[in-house]
Design a protein around this ligand. Sequence first.
Ligand SMILES: Nc1ncnc2c1ncn2[C@@H]1O[C@H](COP(=O)(O)OP(=O)(O)O)[C@@H](O)[C@H]1O
Ligand SMILES: [Mg+2]
Length: 259
Amino acid sequence: MSRKQPAGEVGIRALRAELPDVLQQVESTGQQVVVTKRGKAMAVIQPAVEPAAREPHIIALTSLKGGVGKTTISMHLAATLGAMGKRVMVLDADNELSAHRWQQHATREGIELPFEVMAANHNTLMRQARQLESSGYTVIIDTPPNHREILKSAAAVADVIIVPVAATGLDLDRLASTLEMLSELEAAKPNLSYAVVLNRFDKRKGMSRDANTALEAYPRLQTVIHHLSVYEKAFGSVPDDLSPFQKIWAEILQALGAV
Ligand SMILES: Nc1ncnc2c1ncn2[C@@H]1O[C@H](COP(=O)(O)OP(=O)(O)O)[C@@H](O)[C@H]1O
Ligand SMILES: [Mg+2]
């Protein structure tokens, strides 16, 4: 550093020769250095502050293919996060309103779900999700199959996107087109975070094991959800087999550096 300058300052001329030292000083002290020109401050070299990793608040379940487990996973993940004490809203963006019907069925039976469900407005989905987030909700967006516009909106607003794929009849074409859409979106949102999760896994079936192997080619969660009747029967009740969903949440937090 230029000897005549006070600590934390460097003259513009001296900077040319001393840039490596200045940068090292900024890094090692964590203090800024002011660059001066004829005695006046003209620029500041500041240590970068890493954006604090945070837990995702908006999670989207997406796939162009139907019947892969989007609603089942939405509801189970919602129950998992609800059991952790979070306020959770499932935002049902599917016109078939499966999530909504699940909740209505529960209400009719006098069952209280540990999370809320509301129908999404397709035209304002992103704003709806943001408003819920600002009111303190963790939002899970359940999306319809074959609906590119909704998939795009949900993915654009989400902190994390989960793409379920069923091990029974793994449809790599449909998976590829969903991932292609997400990768296109990534061009506009470089921090887009998405992963495939294998659902309806049955290790006794060769097809299931093949699907599990094939998924190694994609960004994926290591946790798999087994094909179990408990998930089929969960409709209208409080999901209670939460262990894979707890693992999925832990994997997501780890991948985002939030733990
Ligand atoms: N892991 C699983 N084991 C057994 N059945 C499952 C599993 N996941 C989903 N299902 C069943 O598969 C069907 C489609 O699942 P769903 O969650 O409605 O898919 P999507 O919302 O993608 O259309 C439902 O009948 C559901 O109960
Ligand atoms: Mg569904």
